[in-house]
Design a protein around this ligand. Structure first.
Ligand SMILES: C[S@@+](CC[C@H](N)C(=O)[O-])C[C@H]1O[C@@H](n2cnc3c(N)ncnc32)[C@H](O)[C@@H]1O
Length: 258
């Protein structure tokens, strides 16, 4: 799959501003691929795993009775969300990630799961993913490295990927809502995580960027509004005093994209 991406309909930033350029983002995660799994767990004190589970639990479906023919895991990393998906009945899981390093790790992890998984290296906003076939689209911690314009494009893509009635759930690290916790959390993300990155043999500059993206992102509230504008039902929820946020919902039956 190519990383080239067309301009969105609004002509807004298409990632060509450096920080959101797909080549740059892929390179950043390539540099983190060897340490991301362990560091993500340690630096979040295990919260990242809990938040992924909450992201899956937020899906408004009856988990036990639904058979899902296609689930798309966008910005899948090395498959960190897959343990939380194991309880669902899935015919095929399509995992999409820009970073060759993350995809390589994901392919190595894939045999640990009883799910039929295809890992595709490519852009979640590209034009090569199946349209109108997904029962479920999930994305854990992939929103922050997108520009606002790219996130708007993503809402249209999610609409296109889903079947009518299909559901989605996104979770992202967010700026905490309490001011004292927010300041502490920002300090931790920007200053402490790069140090921990270095201590655990990772690239401190790359880990420092995660804090910069998170602070600029804010939370999933605007994205929830953009999903609604794209024609979907979307519900916003904050986790642990706003340190993470979720938006989940569905594409209505018989809806045509506006
Ligand atoms: C913070 S990691 C999250 C990985 C994993 N989903 C998790 O739960 O930890 C973000 C991932 O999104 C990928 N990514 C960023 N922008 C992307 C895009 N436009 N298309 C596909 N993958 C993208 C990066 O390569 C990276 O692996």
């Amino acid at each position: 799959m190519s990383r080239k991406r067309p301009l969105d309909s609004t002509g807004e930033a298409d990632g060509q501003d450096g920080l959101h350029d797909p080549e740059y983002v892929a390179g950043l995660f390539d540099r983190m691929a060897s340490t991301y799994g362990v560091l993500n767990y340690i630096t979040s004190f295990g919260f990242s795993e809990r938040w992924r589970k909450q992201c899956i639990r937020a899906i408004p479906m009856d988990h036990s009775s639904h058979r899902l023919s296609l689930v798309m895991d966008l910005m899948s990393g090395m498959g960190e969300a897959w343990p939380s998906l194991q309880s669902l009945s899935i015919d095929k899981l399509l995992a999409v990630d820009l970073s060759p390093g993350m995809c390589e790790k994901a392919r190595r992890n894939q045999s640990k799961y009883s799910i039929n998984i295809q890992v595709a290296q490519g852009d979640a906003l590209g034009n090569e993913l199946p349209r109108g076939q997904a029962d479920l689209v999930i994305c854990c911690f992939g929103l922050k490295t997108l520009s606002d314009g790219q996130r708007r494009t993503l809402t249209k893509k999610v609409f296109d990927y889903l079947k009518p009635g299909g559901q989605f759930s996104f979770v992202e690290i967010s700026s905490a809502s309490e001011w004292w916790l927010g300041s502490l959390y920002r300090f931790y993300l920007k200053k402490i995580i790069p140090v921990l990155g270095r201590l655990f043999g990772g690239d401190p500059t790359a880990y420092g960027m995660l804090g910069i993206y998170t602070v600029a992102f804010g939370n999933c509230k605007d994205f929830a509004g953009q999903l609604q504008e794209a024609g979907m039902d979307a519900e916003y929820k904050e986790l642990f005093f706003g340190c993470a946020s979720i938006v989940s919902g569905s594409k209505p039956h018989g809806q045509i994209r506006v």
